[in-house]
Design a binder for this molecule. Structure first.
Ligand code: GLV
Ligand code: MN
Ligand code: MN
Length: 399
């Protein structure tokens, strides 16, 4: 592992992180990370990581939403804690680093920060549940539950098999969830470490960056109805084809996002019924994911698709204190200071919106910034640099 870090403790920590990420990567089978939120493989990941937290001497707890919490108790447990962490669920055939790096690396950074003896504040590692939202649609589930930001219909959201969030929680022995959440006492700070998932840091030729803000994300779906009729005997001008209506919607959404600077929109899932080669589609449901740096631009895109039902997570700036702690630690490591916005959603946006001073550390992506796919990559050297920087920032925030 070539890199800027020569500290043997960091090198050993980095080797553990890479080995553990590889173990997590294989859990759900398939050709990539397959750990859908509130499912079996995500649970296996939580169990595995809980064992690593315990092995490291942390006090382990699981909250009602299934978020995993490990505490390195400080000399002043009465003071608000300092948190780090991310998520362990993944998109279908996702990468090794998305989310898992912030949990497994967060543990090592906490241990490095506390290696010189207990700090004043308790340092806490968290693994939030179902950040991606690929299964039930909305995502950021664990952090929103904790911060009291679930919708009133949240437990009724269903996956493709008809299982509701409430059913999935019951299978895992989780809940009941207090609607107001349980962010009391609130931590003094939350710092999430995440692979960049873009190509900015690679273009700037540097390992680490600090996020300025997380984009606004609207997620939801649109439904189209037609008439199921014979594909061979129904003339073209006598059809009500739901998929053709959906196709027009997809292109309208693409054009709307293309017309708004900084906005992006994706239809990543299409369900067609009855789904037969020789039947005109009668019902189509498409997923909708729209993102923009501010609410005005998000609304400008959403205005073009009034038929979509969406759930919006507003754009959130990251906070001054933890961001400054990260910038200082990066400077201490002899690295340049690079700031960049996040086009991906993160649990950090939920904590920040709930008033927790929050920072987001990005680790350079390789492979042209490929993410949400098995090609997602970063280097051992960059992971090692991130562990050092995160440990330094956490130690300062906890002192
Ligand atoms: C999470 O990775 C998201 O931005 O969708
Ligand atoms: Mn992701
Ligand atoms: Mn992520």
């Amino acid at each position: 592992m070539a890199g800027v870090t020569t500290n043997p403790a960091t090198r050993a920590a980095c080797a553990r992180v890479l080995e553990r990420l590889e173990r997590l990567y294989t859990l759900g089978g398939g050709t990539g990370a397959n750990r859908p939120g509130l499912g079996r493989a995500e649970q296996e990941a939580h169990d595995l990581v809980a064992g690593w937290l315990e092995e490291a001497g942390l006090a382990v707890e699981v909250d009602p939403a299934g978020n995993l919490i490990g505490r390195l108790v400080g000399s002043r447990p009465d003071l608000p804690e300092v948190w780090t962490g991310s998520h362990l669920d993944s998109v279908p055939d996702g990468g090794r680093f998305d989310g898992a790096l912030g949990v497994v690396g967060g543990l090592e950074a906490v241990l490095l920060a506390g290696a010189g003896g207990p700090l004043e504040r308790t340092l806490t590692v968290l693994a939030f549940r179902d950040e991606e939202g690929c299964r039930f649609g909305r995502g950021l589930f664990g952090s929103r539950a904790l911060c009291g930001r679930l919708g009133p219909d949240e437990l009724d959201q269903r996956d493709a098999d008809g299982t509701s969030v409430g059913d999935a929680l019951a299978v895992l022995g989780l809940g009941p969830l207090e609607p107001a959440g349980w962010l009391v006492p609130a931590p003094a700070a939350f710092v999430e470490c995440h692979v960049e998932q873009g190509a900015v840091l690679a273009a700037r030729d540097t390992a680490l960056g600090v996020a300025t803000a997380v984009v606004g994300v609207a997620r939801g779906e649109a439904e189209f109805s037609g008439l199921a009729r014979h594909a061979g005997t129904t003339p073209m001008d006598a059809r009500a084809d739901a998929l053709c209506a959906a196709a027009e919607f997809v292109l309208r959404l693409r054009d709307a996002a293309s017309a708004v600077e900084g906005a992006v929109a994706t239809v990543g899932r299409v369900d067609v019924e009855p789904g037969a080669v020789n039947v005109v589609p009668a019902h189509v449901s498409v997923s909708v994911d729209v993102r923009a740096p501010d609410r005005e631009r998000l609304d400008a895109v959403l205005g073009a698709i009034p038929e979509a039902r969406v759930h919006v997570a507003d754009p959130v700036p990251m906070s001054a204190g933890p961001s400054e702690a990260l910038r200082r630690a990066i400077a201490d490591a002899g690295l340049p200071s690079v700031e960049l916005p996040s086009g991906a959603g993160h649990d950090a946006m939920v904590l920040a919106a709930a008033g927790v001073p929050t920072g987001l550390l990005f680790v350079r992506s390789l492979a042209d910034g490929a993410s949400h796919c098995p090609e997602e990559e970063t280097s051992g050297a960059d992971v090692a640099a991130a562990l050092d920087v995160l440990a330094t920032a956490l130690a300062r925030l906890a002192a």
